[in-house]
Design a protein around this ligand. Sequence first.
Ligand code: NAP
Length: 488
Amino acid sequence: MVSRVIPVDPFDLVIFGGTGDLARRKILPGLFRRYCAGQMPPEARIIGAARADIDDAAYREMVRDAINEFSDEGSVDADKLTSFIADLSYVAIDARGETGWRQLVTHMRRGVVRAFYFSVAPSLFGDLAERLNNHGLTDNNSRIVVEKPFGRDLASARQLNQDLAAFFDESQIYRIDHYLGKETVQNLMAVRFGNMLFEPLWNSQFVDHIQITVAETVGVGGRGEYYDKSGAMRDMVQNHLMQLLCLIAMEPPARFDPDAVRDEKLKVIRALEPVEPHHIIRGQYDADPTDPVENPSYREGAENPSSKTESFIAMKTHIANWRWAGTPFYLRTGKRLSARSSEISVMFKDTPHSIFGEEAGRHRNVLSIRLQPNEGMQLGVTIKEPGPGGMRLIDVPLDMSFADALGPDGGENVDAYERLIMDVIRGNQTLFMRGDEVEAAWTWTDPIIEGWTKRGDVPKPYDSHSAGPDASTQLMRRDGREWREVTP
Ligand code: NAP
């Protein structure tokens, strides 16, 4: 299968923080892949911007090194890379001062899309927005892209929204949640709303419960100090897991357009019930006894011996609406777990009556949607165990790995960042969070975090490379359920 690549319109893209980790690791390699795929028109311009006093030539070499370092081994065509970086330029600029802004103005063209990627600390978002406005760079063709974290609570998210809204219309603001850029996440909408098969069953009458797991094997690594101020709730649940929850639970939008989709997601967040304290388990990983130097405990990694920040969360929540009343949603995410795996599982109810008798056992359909690794879907169905000897039932997967089903081209690995940046240029906000969505998510999250602080809650320790604290298993078992095994 040959994938269709439609070139985007000419654009000027300024990457503030163009020398930083995110730019080098994700944004620039992603742009290079879109360049190689023929999606970037020859008139496209990319301008790196940061305070470092370097010239265009030095910036191009930095980008060459970054793309070589952060691209898949053997995937970089050296000639294409040379022609890609030849068009890059760099402006030394200070978000908080006047240095560089006039020079930036001279780089920008009129009549093309102007995208400004704020790949800098959120504390600089307001400064950048204000200076872009003061220097006349905010015309109808301008849009800004902002990175997570979008606030650390409702008050700070509101403030950020206000700082940006002072100079940009909501239709110009693209808040990135890179989970929404993943192929399978969009496929979730295609499967739900493009097939007759699933939607009639997609409610509490037929669905027993839903599990969403985002498991990582790595610890906090070099990000310990940053992560310790955040924790799994702010870093993963408030944004990524809630976005997945919205897509799985929302009503069918009237159209596949940005506001129709985001209106439906917002309704889900607003319908989330407050979480009971005993329905949420926090954990913190211990050192791996087999290799405590490479895999130290969370507290050592965070350099905070008394840290109460969680590296693991498991919780049960409900959505108070007609579709989902009585169907629990179990969310789980953590670091240093046994496997790297992101998966959403829709666990259907048992058949109302088994004609095969007790000995056939309990069987249940499961639709699991795998985000990483090996993006794909699997539908567990019950069949007769082959062979003689009566009617015994077994569960087998109807497997659909996208790479297998669609072939090497159709299974093209378009990274979330590539897709999202191209959506920014195309002006499509469907896969970006709206300001009211972010605020609603914090409105639900804040009381949970405040409750921990008030109660002096301490996360439960768990073994490195395990399934998390035992209390997480018990959270399910109390309800007569089990987490799906975390498998690579
Ligand atoms: P980083 O490595 O610290 O880079 C920060 C960038 O901002 C550098 O290019 C820095 O260059 C520039 N900068 C700092 N102060 C500036 C100023 N006053 N004016 C202009 N430029 C300035 O940070 P990062 O990891 O790339 O993260 C950038 C943003 O993305 C953050 O909001 C982060 O939370 C978010 N994010 C990062 C990742 C990731 O994987 N790294 C993932 C998700 C979200 P100079 O010092 O030379 O100015």
